[in-house]
Design a protein around this ligand. Structure first.
Ligand SMILES: Cc1ncc(COP(=O)(O)O)c(C=O)c1O
Length: 487
């Protein structure tokens, strides 16, 4: 009797399907500069495309690929498009896409050295390269994770392990002696989520004021630490930003490290967005001064190192920190005979893990650190160019200092005096209209209570013409909406 269940196609037929998928990928990248970045649809329209009960019978893979082409691709915002300005996002290189595809076909479980020797060695190698690329402390170690949120979570978990003075592992946190963590008002919300998930209590995440440059105010930090100590709290860590999500502000890391030393606090730096800009020497020496003094650091490769989602990294100062925090070895995994063989399953919460290192390795090797740095600098230059256009225009104004590659600005109708509420509503209208329009994909944020337009650039495919086009489109949408507010 012939066996039931899944049967492989012949390799020849599989290859035909592979080619069909490859053609789809090529189409996707074809004319990327001229096609719309987004197609606005009502939720029902997209819902209806995919509704249906659990399929009992099989469907030809060829026709599924056609469905992806017709229904999935058009309903996805193209993050790699030069017209995608919303959020700091992944804009994957060709080399890293190939690495990702092959990692999926290889189906490596990057958990123990034994079943994935190449993956384990490549992951250690790319971690070393990241450390060297941004000039972090050379004695550091690290791991690839899904992204900044998990990396910050993991960094905080290591910080607790190193700095909590009582044994919280069995009984949980002592309610009479709560630990405290300090971060700026501008930090990413994933810090709040990590603190909540770790059971620390969000009231023990102390938000420190920022200055007009959106950098952490050191006096406010010290006051808050001292007040907490005298009230019986146990300060354990400061989480600094090296590139805030809202405006790209970089906290004074060197000064923060002095404060952390004085109060025996762990210094974690959230450089999820900005970290790779530290590869640019002038920035490393100026804005990122003292980066190497951090005890741990989050950095996202799916942002400014141009690899596909998901890929972030956590770097820690000492080789032992990750293992000390996470190592638990079950009976069926006790085969580590050689201390030098790294089992990444001992380094984080994750047991089964995909082979992220391959796409990262492809990127470093295919382009080399020089080209990667040039593309990072290019993003910064383009956003400075946008800043210049805004400064010299009559109808846009900058709303935060230009830092790294995030620009915060708003449309202000020329020669009209609008109050704050009207300006907020007008700029929100522009964003909503841009979503329906689909030529550029850009979103808003809030700074000092104002709704502002935020353009982000971690995209090596973007050029000056695209920036001019962005301004043209936004101006058109601004004029179209302004009449509601200008009487
Ligand atoms: C500063 C900062 N931290 C953390 C994150 C979260 O990273 P992820 O989306 O990779 O989880 C982001 C995302 O934009 C970020 O900009």
């Amino acid at each position: 009797m012939e066996k039931e269940g899944i049967k492989d196609l012949s390799n020849a037929d599989f290859k035909i399907l592979m080619h069909q998928a490859v053609d789809m990928i090529i189409d996707l990248y074809d004319n990327i500069h001229t096609k719309n970045v987004f197609q606005s649809k009502k939720r029902d329209e997209v819902y209806n495309l995919f509704k249906g009960s659990l399929p009992e019978k099989s469907t030809a893979i060829k026709s599924l690929l056609e469905t992806i082409e017709e229904d999935v691709i058009p309903n996805t915002a193209l993050h790699f498009s030069p017209h995608f300005y919303a959020w700091v996002t992944s804009n994957a290189t060709q080399a890293s896409i190939l690495g990702d595809m092959l990692a999926s076909a290889l189906n490596v479980n990057a958990t123990t050295w034994l079943n994935a020797p190449a993956s384990s060695e490549l992951e250690q190698r790319v971690i070393r390269w990241i450390i060297e690329f941004i000039d972090f402390d050379s004695s550091s170690d690290g791991i690839l994770l899904s992204g900044g949120s998990l990396s910050n979570f993991t960094g905080i978990r290591v910080a607790i392990n190193q700095k909590c003075p009582y044994n919280y592992l069995h009984s949980g946190f002592d309610r009479l002696r709560p630990i405290r963590i300090y971060t700026s008002e501008q930090s990413h919300f994933c810090i709040d989520r990590a603190v909540a998930s770790l059971g620390i209590g969000t009231e023990n995440l102390v938000k420190v004021k920022v200055g007009v440059d959106y950098k952490m105010n050191l006096d406010d930090l010290v006051n808050k630490i001292e007040k907490d100590i005298s009230s019986g709290f146990i300060p354990i860590a400061v989480i600094a930003n090296a590139g805030t999500v809202n405006s790209g502000a970089i906290d004074p890391i060197k000064d923060l490290s002095v404060i952390c030393k004085k109060y025996n606090l762990w210094l974690h730096v959230d450089a999820a967005y900005g970290g790779f800009a530290a590869s640019v020497t002038e920035l490393r020496n100026r804005e990122f001064k003292g980066l190497e003094l951090a005890d741990s650091l989050t950095i996202d490769l799916h942002k400014w190192l141009f690899v596909p989602f998901e890929c972030g990294a956590l770097l820690v100062k000492s080789h032992g920190h990750l293992k000390d925090t996470f190592s638990l070895i079950p009976a069926y995994q006790k085969f580590q005979l050689d201390e030098n063989k790294v089992d990444f399953s001992e380094y984080s919460m994750q047991q089964s893990r995909n082979f992220k290192a391959l796409k990262v390795w492809m990127n470093f090797k295919a382009y080399g650190s020089e080209k990667l740095k040039q593309s990072i600098s290019h993003s910064i230059e383009l956003m400075n160019y946008l800043g210049g256009l805004i400064r010299s225009s009559e109808d846009f104004e900058l709303m935060a200092p230009v830092s790294l590659s995030v620009i915060c600005f708003r449309y202000v109708p020329p020669k009209k005096l609008l109050d704050t509420n009207s300006l907020n509503s007008l700029n929100q209208d522009i964003i909503n209209d841009s979503e329906r329009d689909g030529r550029v994909f850009i979103r808003e944020t809030t700074l000092n209570g104002n709704i502002i337009i935020r353009a982000c650039c971690t995209n090596f495919r973007r050029e000056k013409e695209n920036i001019k086009y962005l301004i043209e489109v936004l101006r058109e949408l601004g004029i179209r909406n302004a009449h509601k507010y200008c009487r």
